[in-house]
Design a protein around this ligand. Structure first.
Ligand code: ATP
Ligand code: MG
Length: 414
């Protein structure tokens, strides 16, 4: 008879359990709390979209679109893609749902995203992002608010230490075109020394050479002209307003003139929160202003700015959050006590007490379970207690024990 092979977990996916799950949940809960302080609303959007949503908005030449998308034809013959990021789907929703009426719209979301990449530490094929966006605000105040939100999130997670905000400007359209021409001239002059990848970038997306990790490219990238000489007065004023806002809010930042976003629709602010604690996967949160995006999807010209962070990378930086504390473990001994315990446990849970029932093994194993779960109390029920209508409530750790009538249990445990 043929043996049935056990199925495998798909490469680059995760089953998240135990400590890992607690860290993960802590990141999401903290994000949920902080976004409410900044008056951002939570939205949810589909996990898949028409392929065109990503191809058009991210641009055909980007790594994500050209190499990393999970695209497939569905049974109706439509080309769909599992979202590789949130911004494009949010922009699509903004247009199709008429959310223009709520502009400026401050929103957050979170969930799984999918990219066909080589899996390694901090890099998965299904990973999770938290995402924050402000759509319909062209003011630098929106950029500042998003950055202060990101900074507070990292602080409340206790991981701000050793994480640096790197900031750059990509200017407005006029700035960008002038700078791009200067970059192309510089790279053309060093064509012979560029890596293979950067030669392709030179044709399609020359700015991307600036953040190349190839050692061959570094000297050429480092000696390339900065954007500063090409900034229009408006673009300079915008950047100054963003940095002044960060200073006023007490958020530390560092200029990184090599920081770019490859996509054409980015304008003005570009930023990353970077750490050296995660090896080469050091970017934990990244974003920028994308005033050209909604126009490129066929909508009216609409300003936008936002960021996304990898939940796994944030979770990896956390000190382990404490295991969820439970209040009590009920330890019944004997068939009659077990039958009674079912009702007591249900009543306690309805009264808001977190209770586990130990129903396996001898007394000793049941008490060990109460210790292992870190419960504050063990509620011991035997034939003697049943006869008296009380439970023996033992304070674990202290070892003291008192008798409490069934009716008073919930009150006593709180
Ligand atoms: P990287 O340079 O690490 O590939 P990226 O520029 O592709 O990052 P973004 O598209 O800006 O990343 O996504 C925002 C954040 O999502 C990143 O800063 C990172 O924390 C996280 N992230 C990106 N790709 C992955 C992945 N494959 N696995 C886990 N987290 C990821
Ligand atoms: Mg990437």
């Amino acid at each position: 008879m043929a043996r049935i092979e056990t199925p495998r977990r798909v490469r680059g996916t995760q089953d998240i359990f135990g400590d890992e799950q607690r860290r993960f949940a802590h990141v999401l809960a903290t994000f949920e709390r902080v976004r409410a302080l900044y008056c951002f609303q939570r939205i949810d959007i589909p996990v898949f979209e028409s392929t065109a949503v990503f191809a058009r908005s991210l641009g055909e030449t980007t790594d994500v679109v050209s190499k990393e998308m999970y695209s497939f034809e569905d049974r109706g013959g439509d080309s769909l893609t599992l979202r590789p990021e949130f911004t494009a789907g949010i922009a699509r929703a903004y247009l199709t749902e008429g959310w223009q009426q709520f502009a400026p719209l401050k929103i957050t979301t979170s969930g799984p995203v999918f990219r066909y990449e080589r899996p390694q530490k901090g890099r998965f094929r299904q990973f999770h992002q938290i995402d924050a966006e402000v759509i319909g605000a062209a003011e630098p105040a929106a950029d500042v608010e998003l950055l202060v939100l990101a900074d507070q999130l990292l602080r409340e997670l206790g991981i701000a230490e050793g994480v640096t905000l790197q900031l750059n400007t990509l200017g407005d359209v006029a700035t960008r075109e002038a700078w791009r021409a200067a970059l192309v001239a510089h790279f053309e002059a060093h064509r012979g020394d560029l890596s293979e990848d950067s030669l392709t970038r030179l044709e399609k997306n020359p700015m991307r050479i600036l953040d190349s990790k190839d050692p061959k490219d570094r000297p050429i990238a480092d000696s390339a002209p900065d954007i500063d000489a090409y900034l229009t007065p408006e673009a300079r004023a915008f950047f100054d307003a963003v940095t002044a806002g960060l200073d006023a809010a007490g958020v530390a930042w560092e200029r990184n003139a090599r920081l770019v976003r490859g996509l054409d629709y980015y304008r003005h602010t570009a930023f990353e929160f970077v750490t050296d604690r995660l090896g080469s996967q050091g970017t934990v949160l990244a974003g920028g202003r994308y005033d050209g995006l909604i126009g490129s999807l066929g909508g009216p010209e609409t300003a936008g700015v936002g960021w996304a962070a990898g939940v796994e990378r944030l979770a990896m930086l956390l000190d382990e959050p404490a295991a969820a504390a439970i209040d009590a473990v009920v330890v019944p001994m004997g068939a009659a006590a077990e039958a009674r315990a079912t009702g007591i446990v249900a009543d306690l849970r309805r009264a808001g007490v977190a209770v586990e029932m130990a129903y396996k093994g001898k007394m000793k194993a049941r008490m060990a379970k109460a210790d292992a779960l870190g419960a504050r109390f063990a509620i011991i029920l035997g034939d003697d207690e049943l006869a008296k209508g009380v439970a023996a409530v033992k304070t674990l750790g202290a070892g003291t024990q008192v008798e409490v009538a069934f009716a008073d249990l919930a009150e006593a445990l709180r």
